[in-house]
Write a protein that binds this ligand. Structure first.
Ligand code: RIB
Length: 296
């Protein structure tokens, strides 16, 4: 079974459209306000589930209506949420997002209950032992991420880290990471180049994938670099494109695909995801991605 474990964040996204992203101190008159289910952890779980992975999600929400709604949103996608904790005092996480007419975004995350995502207990460790991969991001506390990565390494399960948002703390996690996924900003924050990160210390990630927006992505694997070109689409909203890439890549690797084939799927899935509003709105299903792959 291609079980993928995702430990990470869940947010309610409040999204305002505006002609452009305001500069610091600037007020911009915008358009509509919408709410979507989000959080990098939840988004990546949904991207993987839509493409056929059996996803077990671990995270935390508040004891509030937003928490109920976000969990229901994962269940509808066929994701197992038995491992999601309910924080006693904190509210469910939220994100304030501005999307420009060009489809670019600026995001402020208010983590709330995501700060209470627990380390894996005995039940979660048992789930990990039967998994093909663990997918992590940077929106839950470093201590929790580290405990999850260590538990996966102990179970000989590959650890994929999407270092978003990047932080100095996340760099300390790299010895437990098998595949690191970053964008160009995060790459600069973590060490500047794939070779610098991958060859630093005794054990760094064997594979580093850098997403390049509309230019596609490149991968550094066993000291060899190769590129996957971008796919042109009409961009409505790029929010969640990185999450779609991460979930699709993890799902493809969990299904046993070679790295180059997995990257081609993730690259195309991320491009398709930009065609609709909301982080999860444009994430393709298996059938949609297969049709698009066949057409390329
Ligand atoms: O990557 C997009 C996500 O970042 C949004 O859904 C928002 O919740 C933040 O976590």
């Amino acid at each position: 079974m291609n079980t993928l474990v995702v430990a990470g964040s869940l947010n309610l996204d409040l999204v305002g459209r505006a002609p452009r992203i305001p500069a610091p101190g600037e007020t911009v008159l915008g358009g509509s306000l919408a709410r979507f289910h989000g959080g990098k952890g939840g988004n990546q779980a949904v991207a993987a589930a839509r493409l056929g992975a059996a996803v077990r999600f671990f995270g935390a929400v508040g004891r509030d209506a937003a928490g109920d709604e976000l969990l229901a949103g994962l269940v509808v996608e066929g994701i197992d949420v038995a491992g999601v904790a309910r924080a006693e005092a904190a509210a469910t996480g939220a994100a304030l997002i501005t999307v420009s007419d060009a489809g670019e975004n600026a995001i402020t995350v208010l983590p709330g209950a995501n700060l209470e995502v627990p380390a894996p207990g005995d039940g979660a460790r048992a789930v990990l032992r039967g998994a093909r991969g663990l997918l992590l991001q940077g929106e839950i506390p470093l201590a929790a991420n580290r405990a999850w990565a260590e538990a996966a390494r102990a179970a000989r399960v590959p650890v994929l880290l999407n270092a978003a948002p990047a932080s100095a703390g996340l760099a300390a996690l790299l010895p437990w990471v098998d595949l690191l996924l970053v964008n160009e900003t995060e790459l600069a924050q973590l060490g500047g180049s794939e070779a610098a990160i991958g060859t630093a210390g005794e054990r760094g990630p064997a594979t580093i994938v850098t997403t390049l927006g509309a230019r596609g992505c490149r991968a550094w694997h066993r000291e060899r670099t190769f590129a996957v070109p971008g796919v042109a689409v009409h961009v409505v909203d790029s929010t969640g494109a990185g999450d779609t890439f991460a979930g699709a890549l993890a799902a493809a690797l969990a299904a046993g695909r070679e790295l180059s084939a997995a990257l081609a799927e993730a690259n195309l899935a991320a491009a398709l995801s930009c065609r609709r509003a909301g982080a999860r709105g444009g994430m393709p299903t298996r059938a949609e991605l297969d049709a698009a792959l066949a057409a390329t």
